[in-house]
Write a protein that binds this ligand. Sequence first.
Ligand code: HEM
Length: 330
Amino acid sequence: MVSKAFFVAFSLWLLVLLLFNPSQAHVLFGFYNVTCPNAETMVRDEVGKVLAKQPDLAGALIRLHFVDCFVGGCEASILLNSTANGPAEKDAPLNKGIRGFDVIDGIKAKMEQACPGIVSCADIITMAARDSVYLSHGPFYTIPTGRRDGNGSVASDVAKYVPSPAATIDDIKAFFAKKNLTVKDLVVLSGAHTLGKAHCYSFSDRLYNFKGNGSSDPSLDANYTMALQNQCKPNDMTTLVDLDPDNATMFDLDYYKLVSNMKGLFASDVALLSDVDAKAYVTRQANATKTDEFFNDFATSMVAMGRLSVLTHQNGEIRKICSKLPTKFF
Ligand code: HEM
């Protein structure tokens, strides 16, 4: 019979293999339990304080996580400032409206006081996105941590990995497939568009010059088009509009109702209706009386997205300031 001592030794050996094998880029549940036990609570408290003052930043923090993970991987490249070597991801044209950097910087500063050099910027973004969902009345889900921060950020990579709001369904599916994410992940994660804000320039072609024809997009509800035209004049580069005009700070099924009712803000939202499976999901959630299926699916897809090309173990590093690389990289 296998002795208890042998079983314990074997389990420890497996754990050591898992923790120290550089070929296994694994994040782990409870990674900071010993090294910084309050890390997750601290992030939640800080996000809570920010959202109490400015609830629409929940959307911004979730989007930061999405664009971080899609370009390179979840390694906080989105937070790095441009340098003399060239523009960084945050200054790419597709990212010009991106918000929430100050929130992550503020959390990181507090984290460095409590647990210096321990908690990565990549994990802080991931936790802040999770907490933004939860604090906006969405699902709570546990996330594996232990991501480390990358040492590069190149603006021209963004268009290769982040779909534009004018993307067709084939384009968007291809972008998700590149990341081994499914059409289900696509339609589920798009549900995040129930929160937050968009700049007029992200969709104004649909209001004024759809496909260069000088008129509005016929697939956008006519009354909604007029309401949006009132908020967004042509060439408006600054105004922010709610993605969900009914309640942009509540994580709910509204996105699917809007898309079903020709009120999806971006052409890429409407595009979901051109895929049979995505359309079936949109229609089911638009008519659902309970949020359970969407909430479970959203949690699953966010955890999958949060695992994209993570750096762990001796790869990557823990930045002290999320927007800057240590001088050794210059
Ligand atoms: C499927 C392809 C996607 C496209 C084409 C897309 C496009 C966009 C665009 C253009 C904006 C507005 C940017 C601005 O005007 O400032 C936006 C906002 C947003 N996106 Fe997406 N997105 C996509 C997928 C996702 C995913 C997967 C998530 C999260 C899981 C997400 C979460 C958000 C959120 C929460 C906002 C609001 C941001 C804010 O309040 O600042 N999006 N998206």
